[in-house]
Design a protein around this ligand. Sequence first.
Ligand code: PNS
Length: 159
Amino acid sequence: MKTAVFPGSFDPVTIGHMDLIKRAAVIADRLIIGVLVNSSKTPLCSVDERVDMLKKLTDNINNVEVMSFDGLLVDFVDKTGAQMVIRGIRSSADFEYELPLAQANYKLNCSADTVFLATLPEYSYISSSAVKELIRYKGDIKDIVPDVVYQFLNARFYL
Ligand code: PNS
């Protein structure tokens, strides 16, 4: 049985994340979404809120679990017994950033390999940071976050 971890900050979850989660759930027998605790000093949503939203959003995918983790990704991967770490690549800039991380993680724990999934072109401009920026300047985020996330952010930030 192949277990994969899909780690991230997910602050907030975007439709790009959701596409990757659905595709990763086909590759892995068991997919664990790992939400990093304390990734930013000024998060939009608390870790518990992110975990709750991801649970709602993956309710209909029966091999997905959602957990939070603190500290090194390799330690979380060890704890879950996963053989794969999944990361999405939107651009060459992502690859530049992800490659040394994947190499460092493999050096620290060679029982798990990083697998890169190419983001669909129509999602390649979408990021959690873009959502944060749009919220700040009252830009429209309806099309780039799942509805559950939009409702949550709308209630908090009066979009
Ligand atoms: O969604 P993000 O912010 O791009 O996710 C980044 C994440 C969580 C994958 C990365 O920051 C991470 O793995 N953090 C945990 C600490 C760690 O293991 N760092 C790598 C040291 S080589």
